[in-house]
Design a protein around this ligand. Sequence first.
Ligand SMILES: NC(=O)c1ccc[n+]([C@@H]2O[C@H](COP(=O)([O-])OP(=O)(O)OC[C@H]3O[C@@H](n4cnc5c(N)ncnc54)[C@H](OP(=O)(O)O)[C@@H]3O)[C@@H](O)[C@H]2O)c1
Length: 245
Amino acid sequence: MSTTTLGVIGTGMVGLGTARRAVDAGLNVVLSNSRGPETLAGPVAELGRRARAATPAEAASAGDLVIAAVPLAAHERLPRAELAGRTVIDPMNYAPHSDFEMPELDSNELTSSELVQRHLADARVVKALHNIGPRQLMELFRPAGAPDRTALPLSGDDPDAKKEVADLLDALGFDAVDLGALADSWRSEPNTPLYALPYVGQPPSGLTVREFVAWVQQASGVPVPAARVEELAAAAVRGPAGFRM
Ligand SMILES: NC(=O)c1ccc[n+]([C@@H]2O[C@H](COP(=O)([O-])OP(=O)(O)OC[C@H]3O[C@@H](n4cnc5c(N)ncnc54)[C@H](OP(=O)(O)O)[C@@H]3O)[C@@H](O)[C@H]2O)c1
């Protein structure tokens, strides 16, 4: 079944960016955040008749597919019961800080998506949309077969769920490259060659980490074909987990 309604939990940069692309591609979206549907009047008005606001639990129930675009530190507050049996896109990246450190991630015992899957034990988690920024997502979509179509990696333990997410990415204007199981998703996490940079090109030298993040957020998109995604994933070497500001 193809996705006609995308449930969106978390409507910050990634959730709203994905919702914008989804609406432009003809999908319906159900938006939710931590503060309640009444705080989403602005985005709903901007997105028009294909968008409505709800609670996270309602967005989880309403979506054919759901994207959980919240900080990883909030993953245990995702509505586990309503997400049971559903395919959940996990775009979350580990960014350790003083209030949130996960020894199992620091030791590389688990990938961040395995952690999310452990909480959402009855859902089918697929890691995707985590290594590209919203601005590049809005610029790089192309019709199927276009010579400069961009590919995005995905990882997951359930082949049917991965197919659903690949079909959604196709509808959004992207090819998908299957990197394997959630345990393999480190190949596209922060600190690997596939994370963010291929889609934006070379940043100026000498930036602080905060300046680098700001530069990436506003950089124009650079198309990345599937063969390059495969090459970069194969070249990845597992190092320290997480993006440290
Ligand atoms: N920014 C990027 O370029 C980028 C790219 C790829 C992946 N990511 C990853 O994607 C995720 C989202 O990033 P972002 O930049 O979009 O973050 P953000 O702008 O800070 O937005 C986070 C959203 O999550 C919501 N939220 C927090 N706790 C929640 C809860 N318990 N239930 C429901 N909603 C909750 C917030 O709600 P309120 O609005 O009510 O506060 C907010 O809408 C992160 O895990 C990040 O690592 C980010």
